[in-house]
Design a protein around this ligand. Structure first.
Ligand SMILES: *Cc1c(COP(=O)(O)O)cnc(C)c1O
Length: 416
């Protein structure tokens, strides 16, 4: 890590307006659109700020937020661990250089378990178990390494019902059965290293903080109960879900306040663990799109762009809000219009933003979509036979293509 020089000039959030329009336009010109741009230095800044607020915690990056290699390598380099949601993420995290890799097994497919157990021959891998029969599945594979037990704490938090996991029966072992599950795992020869819970995604407001605090207290009580049964826990992970301000009008999360609230509520005789995903990468990324159509209608000006729900799924999937900005060099002579920015996919939900005030867009303009570094490229699909976008990674002055644009020929490569 570059240390103090970075942290002193490390604002709690990078807004869409903070990106250089000239530079973004150059990337769009050079590499075409839709194009993701991810600034690796900003990822490091976010990591440094989090580390400062949580100096002693085990920090595992939730890889699913952005699993591209330059991002993973940078986070591995600052010494965080990796929290992985699939065998694919485990393999990628190992390859990117993470020393500590944890696989969070949610209804784990057999193929995933096979592969993770295979990886564990060569790597330090911990498996988080969210159902007792996952222990059976691991035993069948002659694996009895280090595990965390995933607990369903009965508290959920998050920006949308689809990302509140804490109280959803799909995730984890109900908290009143968790101590018994830990004892069971211990008796069966697994090394129970930790407990884990994740309330959901998007802690930003005071009410979310209260839910987070409740989760931390419940997990601490559970850890005490387990310690009383003479099982030593190394770590109690209270999950991720640290929110980012998607709207310019929202204040950034105060991680110091969050850290203080967490420490106050955390009483377990174990190391605190956290698993941020979005917080590390969201504001490190933007999505660039080109205006392809401008259509005045009685209701709104429809601004068609070449990026849509297959490029950035969050607006269609979660009604998520992302700021949108015009990258035109000069707005002189352009009045402001209220625009609906819509993608090229044949679905009415394929809208990146509604009622956005933009300098009257013209065909060929570039637009930038903010906070696209988390759950952006990772959720991209090829629906409508639309190839996935390219990614440019910035580090310091240089910008390099780190993922090439998918081609139409690529789309058929699996067919036989
Ligand atoms: C998705 C996820 C996270 C990270 O969530 P963010 O909202 O990106 O911080 C952490 N832990 C688990 C188990 C997750 O599934």
């Amino acid at each position: 890590m570059t240390g103090a020089a970075v942290t002193t000039a490390n604002p709690p959030v990078r807004r869409l307006a903070d990106w250089s329009a000239d530079r973004l336009r150059e990337f769009a010109d050079e590499h075409g659109t839709p194009l993701y741009v991810v600034d690796i230095e900003r990822v490091r800044e976010n990591a440094a700020r989090l580390r400062e607020s949580f100096p002693d915690a085990a920090i595992d990056y939730a890889v699913k937020a952005n699993a591209r290699t330059p991002v993973l390598a940078a986070i591995a380099e600052v010494g965080f661990g990796a929290e992985c949601a699939s065998a694919g993420e485990v393999v990628r995290a190992c390859e990117a250089g993470f020393a500590d890799v944890r696989y969070t097994a949610v209804n784990p497919p057999a193929r995933d378990l096979d592969r993770v157990v295979e990886c564990a021959d060569e790597h330090e891998i911990t498996i988080t178990v969210g159902a007792l029969d996952t222990l059976d599945a691991l035993a069948e594979r002659d694996w009895s390494g280090e595990i965390y037990v995933r607990v369903n704490p009965g508290v959920g938090a998050g920006h949308h019902e689809k990302v509140r996991t804490g109280a959803d029966p799909k995730f984890g072992i109900p908290i009143d059965r968790a101590a018994a599950a830990v004892r069971d795992a211990d008796e069966r020869g697994f090394a129970v290293e930790g407990l884990h819970a994740h309330a959901g995604s998007g802690i930003l407001e005071t009410e979310d903080l209260a839910a987070h605090r409740a989760l931390v207290e419940r997990m601490s009580d559970l850890a005490d109960e387990i310690a009383a049964a003479n099982i030593d826990l190394d770590t109690v992970s209270v999950g991720g879900g640290f929110g980012v301000p998607y709207r310019d009008t929202e204040a950034p999360l105060d991680v110091d306040t969050l850290a203080r609230a967490t420490r106050e509520a955390f009483s377990a005789d174990a190391r605190l663990g956290i698993e941020p995903g979005r917080y590390l990468v969201a504001d490190a990324g933007v999505l660039l799109a080109e205006v392809t159509t401008v259509k005045p209608t009685p209701e709104t000006t429809v601004v068609g762009v070449d990026a849509g729900m297959t490029t950035l799924a969050r607006p269609a999937l979660y009604d998520a809000f992302h700021e949108i900005r015009s990258l035109v060099a000069t707005v002189e002579g352009r009045e402001t219009v209220a625009a609906t920015v819509a993608g090229p996919v044949c679905e009415s939900g394929d809208v990146l933003g509604r009622d956005r005030e933009l300098p009257a867009p013209e065909r060929g303009d570039f637009l930038a979509v903010g906070n696209a570094g988390a759950y952006g490229y990772e959720m991209a699909s090829t629906y409508n036979s639309r190839p996935r976008p390219a990614i440019v990674a910035l580090d310091g002055d240089g910008g390099e293509l780190c993922v090439r644009r998918e081609t139409i020929a690529d789309l058929g490569r699996l067919e036989r």
